[in-house]
Design a protein around this ligand. Sequence first.
Ligand code: ATP
Ligand code: MG
Length: 632
Amino acid sequence: MQKIRAFHRQSIEHREEFWRREAQRIHWHEPFTEVLDYSRPPFARWYVGGRTNLCYNAVDRWAQIDPDLPALIWVSTEVDKEAVYSRADLAREVNAVAAMLRGLGVGKGDRVLIYLPMIAEAAFVMLACVRIGAIHSVVFGGFASHNLAQRIDDAQPKLVVSADAGSRSGKAVAYKPLLDQALASCAHPPAKVLLVDRGLVPFDAVAGRDVDYATLRARHDGAQEPVEWLESSEPSYVLYTSGTTGNPKGVQRDTGGYAVALAASMDYVFGGKPGDVYMSTSDIGWVVGHSYIVYGPLLNGQATVMYEGLPTRPDGAILWKLVEKYRINAVFSAPTAIRVLKKLDPGLLKRHDLSSLQALYLAGEPLDDTTANWISEGLGKPIIDNYWQTETGWPILSAQPGVEDVPTKFGSPSFPVYGFDVRVVSETTGEDLGPGQKGVVAVQPPLPPGAMSTIWGDDERFVRTYFTSFPGRMLYSTFDWGLYDQDGYWFILGRTDDVINVAGHRLGTREIEESLNSHPAVAESAVVGVADTLKGQVAVGFAVLKDPAALGDAQRALELENDIKRVIEQRIGAVARPARVRFVGALPKTRSGKVLRRAIVALCEGRDPGDLTTIEDPGALEQIKESIKDNA
Ligand code: ATP
Ligand code: MG
């Protein structure tokens, strides 16, 4: 890993030279005068004075070079439709929508809240916003009115763009009533609502407020909307974090730094070239959707596949079928999706021609080595675990095949990515720790281009939330717990909130989950630390079995529980042996697929599980409750 190390070192020690060179990846309408202004730590301004535009770089530039190549491939297994937009088509749609937005009174600096399912219009609107300098804020379509109202009040948009409905598992899910409710309950409703009518669910339009997308679109066909050239640090969008640990934060992103960072990451981290085809299975409501469905691939001249549907419908081979059909070069998904596939026939992974596929990228939650192994063997492809956050916008830790091909270790997101000066530090003092020592994962600021510039409307909260946790040392941290080994491979052990202290031993819940998942009967698991009057804390595991029938009767369940505990004890040691392993049909997760450990702990400790508005399936929490009823 000589090259990766040297590359990383150069990005830190010769920061400005490094990012000056990378800046050539994008078009600058006016050159920048300074690579980095860090005169007001921790606020970093990249490419000061430079003027550019995200939409121009993602759309216009490529449409001029090769207009007929595909840019956006939209596939919906929900409504059984597909559409391929060439670079020229995309430019035409985006220009039309930009004209529509301007016509509705939206201009530079205005916010536009996007509450849409995974339809191509969502990408058009995002790109049209940044074209005219409006700031988009995409809210995940699966959120209900409370979450939506909260975000509307924080962003105070001039316009909301929404649709009649989304679709899940073939059933229409109405959006409009939720939107109407949210608008009725929020303090800052916008004057106008632009609605895409998919014809899925009838609705009543509010006269004077609701505008039909298709009608307006027809009026602006062939529009050529001039680009708003933004100063590099001017905001491109605001996106709220997943809310796993509580109140979501409005992450504000800049323009120039983001464009450069994403274009570079497509090459170095994702091994992509212009003309390649890329697919991320995320949702535009999450950061992965922003960076790696919309902006990253398009900024690098790659086609992006936007998928509305589940990885299991019509069957568990759908992702691989799309790889074959569209000759996809890289797929980006989440461990939670792979764990779903793991419960199905492994033969599904072999059914299609995957010769175009270079690697499968996974992020969002710890990827245990059992799951990584399973999917890697099944597909016969490299698996690249990458670690990052809404805040950083692009990977902090990852293999970087575009820099150097280095073998991965399953269970590890490999190495620090260029630009991020990542450390493992002591939780109490903030001092650097060495190889093999567990501590808090932190980044020595300044954060690189593309990372958040502040919290929307709240600089003070930005500093307090991310930079003030260690006395005497300004470090950026979102409080993940981790270590790196002697070979320089990093491991994320869970969030610091989830660290369990058993008889003085600090264990990441993830370490125990890793062992639990290595049991052949287990599909996925969650381990939490529960207060214990004798030991301070004990580990309690919740396991979902690949085959629920394997549970059998109470006797068989007890045998299985003991068997699992034995595996954990053998792999980590007696300290990690959970007090109980409970069997459930599903784990409570956020809508972005993260296990809600804080809610499980609360239930185990007999407390109220708190804010559950981001939960995917409330039934899963009921199952946890049910499973601990005996309280043994
Ligand atoms: P909130 O900040 O609102 O509580 P969140 O932290 O879940 O929500 P995201 O930005 O979506 O919001 O997620 C980032 C977090 O996800 C990381 O801080 C880390 O805990 C976890 N994570 C992401 N990728 C990985 C990975 N590859 N391995 C382990 N953990 C990961
Ligand atoms: Mg977070």
